[in-house]
Design a binder for this molecule. Structure first.
Ligand code: HEM
Length: 434
């Protein structure tokens, strides 16, 4: 696209205006630079151009402002999530830039089809159903802490923040728990490796095994149902017929992917921040009832899912910019969560911030299915950590973030040490009201 460079003073030096007057910025969410400076980049975009165009990845609009983002995400008729990988329907490319090779259901569907599949999942993720997972999350966390407490060292990501959400997700779905370590490692690896590397190839092989296990479990549940989500889904009907295998596998894989590295990333960022802010950590130790409120602030501040995309279905004005039908639109939850129009003092992580209208779980019809479950997991794991290893210290030089945070803003590894203690399965009373 031809561009006309405009001189707008030093602060605008790297911003251009396209010949049709759209503001053009340099922005690549997969870059190392974005990973290292995402907060500053988001703040800058928010201040200078809350809706701007970038030429990266074939060109897309980046929406940073809270008002235009919530307008777009709630207007699912004008901003589609649909993915048409074969190009037979409308060529839309779903919610990832670049797009996923396959389309996960229901996240890459639009109404009315979307509701058909989301309704099948909703009851299993209600506040009540999610709350029922609390004892399991607590026992699993306690087990892990029992195994490491005498040694006085553990990896907060690899030993805790990764396996607990993975094991909850597998159990909820009805997938074999014996495989949790492999599942957790594979999905974790898929999130941060780059196609073409040996790590990616290993993760892809692991995903192949996961898909096989999903297929086998679906077949088994058809013959012998159990009390799990896969059994519910194989019995479900759409227009009087069972859900076809492709769609079934797609829904299961989406729940797996959604349930694993997102909560892991939230926990990892929170644990690291609390390591760096001991007085704030003490505040949560003294008052665990504050943890659920703090959870929302960690979500706002770190935005584990930084951004997701849509496709404009018609010409539409957003934040004063004219978006054309067919153009890609990226919604930055990370930036909108810092919008000073909505959040006072947005750069401060305030554990008691309330109200907190963050968009870390999205908004509108696709709002995160697992939001309640993620909260239960986060709050219980954090309570147990603060009760059992309250003086943990992260080895900052060994902690490693994901090379790109476009898929999840998280850590690969986070070694930590703490005062050794004896294993004691004294479950924390769980004072917080999740
Ligand atoms: C801190 C944890 C989490 C964060 C930050 C997060 C974030 C999000 C966001 C931003 C969306 C909106 C997608 C869109 O608008 O296109 C979403 C959707 C979704 N999430 Fe989560 N998520 C988390 C945990 C979970 C968990 C634990 C599960 C399941 C076990 C899950 C499953 C899903 C599914 C299935 C969708 C698609 C919903 C739909 O399209 O209707 N998520 N999540």
């Amino acid at each position: 696209m031809a561009e006309v460079a405009l001189s707008r003073g030093a602060r605008m030096a790297d911003q251009h205006f396209h010949e049709d007057q759209r503001p053009v910025i340099e922005f690549n969410h997969h870059s190392r630079e974005y990973r290292d400076h995402w907060r500053e980049v988001s703040r800058d975009n928010l201040t200078r151009c809350p809706v701007a165009w970038t030429e990266e990845h074939g060109g897309f609009w980046l929406v940073s402002g809270y008002a235009p983002l919530t307008q777009a995400i709630r207007d699912d008729a004008a901003f589609s999530s649909y993915h048409d990988p074969t190009g037979d329907v409308n060529g839309y490319q779903g919610i990832m830039i670049p797009p996923f090779p396959r389309y996960p259901i229901p996240i890459e569907l639009d109404p009315p089809e979307f509701f058909t599949y989301r309704r099948l999942l909703n009851p299993h993720f209600s506040p009540e159903s999610s709350k029922n997972w609390e004892p399991y999350v607590r026992a699993t966390t306690a087990d892990i802490l029992d195994r490491v407490c005498a040694a006085g060292e553990m990896d907060l990501v690899l030993d805790l923040a990764n396996p607990v959400p993975a094991s909850v997700t597998l159990k909820l779905l009805g997938l074999p728990l014996d495989d949790w370590a492999e599942f957790a490692a594979t999905i974790h690896e898929m999130t941060y490796t780059t196609p073409g590397t040996a790590e990616f190839a290993r993760a892809a092989t692991g995903m192949g095994r996961i898909t096989e296990t999903v297929r086998r479990t679906v077949d088994e549940r058809r013959v012998e149902p159990a009390d799990d989500l896969i059994s519910h889904l194989v019995r479900a009907t759409v227009d009087g017929a069972p859900v076809d295998d492709d769609r079934l596998h797609s829904m299961i894989t989406l729940v797996l992917a959604g349930g694993v590295d997102t909560t892991t990333s939230l926990l990892a960022n929170a644990l690291y921040w609390l390591h760096r802010h001991p007085r704030q950590r003490q505040r949560l130790i003294d008052d665990p009832a504050l943890i659920p409120t703090a959870a929302d602030e960690f979500l706002r501040y770190f935005a584990p899912v930084q951004m997701l995309a849509r496709t404009a279905t018609r010409d539409v004005v957003l934040g004063g910019q004219e978006i054309r039908a067919g153009e890609r639109v990226m919604l930055s939850f990370a930036a909108a969560n810092q919008d000073p129009e909505v959040f006072s003092d947005p750069d401060t992580l305030d554990l008691a911030r309330f109200p907190n209208r963050h968009v870390a779980f999205g908004a509108g019809i696709h709002r995160c299915l697992g939001a309640h479950l993620a909260r239960v997991e986060f709050c219980v794991i954090l309570e147990e950590v603060l009760a059992r290893i309250p003086d943990y210290q992260v080895d900052e030089s060994a902690a490693k973030r994901y090379p790109s945070i476009a898929a999840a803003n998280g850590y690969i590894t986070m070694p930590a040490t703490f005062t050794p203690s004896r294993p004691g399965r004294i479950p924390h009373p769980g004072k917080s009201e999740i």
